[in-house]
Design a protein around this ligand. Structure first.
Ligand SMILES: NC(=O)c1ccc[n+]([C@@H]2O[C@H](COP(=O)([O-])OP(=O)(O)OC[C@H]3O[C@@H](n4cnc5c(N)ncnc54)[C@H](OP(=O)(O)O)[C@@H]3O)[C@@H](O)[C@H]2O)c1
Length: 217
């Protein structure tokens, strides 16, 4: 059972994205007060001082959910340094900087907390990621970041986990893959339920988990 998140401050990066909107809606229905840093508000999550300023100004913090990210794919010889660095910065660096700032704020407020990152199926099983070398590497980095940080924060009641979705049923994916069989795609609502479980105060023990969200694929 999900314990209430009433009045708890939760940061959701990428909160205006396809998955983010559904996650924010679910967290708000559980009573959370959601804070959405993003480029629309002038915050580039790869900019360390901007990220620090955002977290420093929060009224309090219970959880930080890092959904900001991006996707690209190309045959290896058609991708270059710029493409690789873009995936690393968008997916791994943004998560690292938000984890770092969240831990500083959680320590300042002293009450434990929850962090959830978003990896992806090719990050756990890169053989699923043909022509996705840069994306798979960046999402593997997010998984490693999650495990390392969970270990580092043991004893501080700050639990760190990640979800690893396969293809999510979003408008962008429907447009990009009009002929695909969508029956095994992940509903964003199902991913939101997993995030809700991980940020819940009722989750007392799960930390260092990277949850595969592809039971049907
Ligand atoms: N969709 C899938 O099938 C799928 C599968 C597995 C994993 N994932 C992961 O799940 C997460 C959400 O996916 P989605 O489909 O919801 O993507 P999306 O609709 O493209 O949303 C991504 C969000 O991240 C934000 N963002 C990216 N880089 C940023 C930066 N440097 N600073 C601030 N905001 C930044 C974007 O903001 P702007 O609007 O300003 O660009 C956008 O709001 C991503 O990490 C993605 O890799 C998705």
């Amino acid at each position: 059972m999900i314990e209430s998140l009433a009045g708890r401050n939760i940061v959701v990066t990428g909160g205006r994205g396809a998955l983010g909107k559904v996650v924010v809606d679910r967290l708000m229905r559980a009573g959370a007060v959601c804070h959405l840093p993003g480029r629309r508000a002038g915050i580039d999550l790869t900019d360390q001082p901007a990220v620090d300023r955002f977290y420093d100004a929060l009224p309090g913090l219970w959880a930080s959910v890092h959904l900001a990210g991006g996707f690209s794919m190309a045959p290896i010889t058609e991708a270059g340094r710029t493409d690789f660095m873009q995936m690393v910065e968008t997916n791994a660096l943004s998560a690292f900087l938000c984890c770092r700032a969240a831990v500083r704020t959680l320590r300042r407020t002293g009450g434990g907390g929850r962090i959830v990152n978003v990896s992806a199926r090719p990050g756990l099983d890169p053989r699923r990621g043909a022509q996705m070398a840069a994306y798979a590497a960046s999402k593997a980095a997010v998984a490693a970041l999650t495990l390392a940080l969970a270990e580092e924060l043991k004893g501080e009641r700050i639990l760190v986990n990640a979800i690893a979705p396969s293809t999510i049923d979003t408008a962008a994916n429907r447009e990009a893959m009009p002929a695909a069989d969508r029956s095994a795609w992940l509903a964003p609502e199902a991913a939101a339920e997993a995030v809700l479980q991980l940020v819940s105060p009722a989750n007392m023990e799960i930390s260092g988990a990277v949850l595969p969200l592809y039971a049907r694929a």
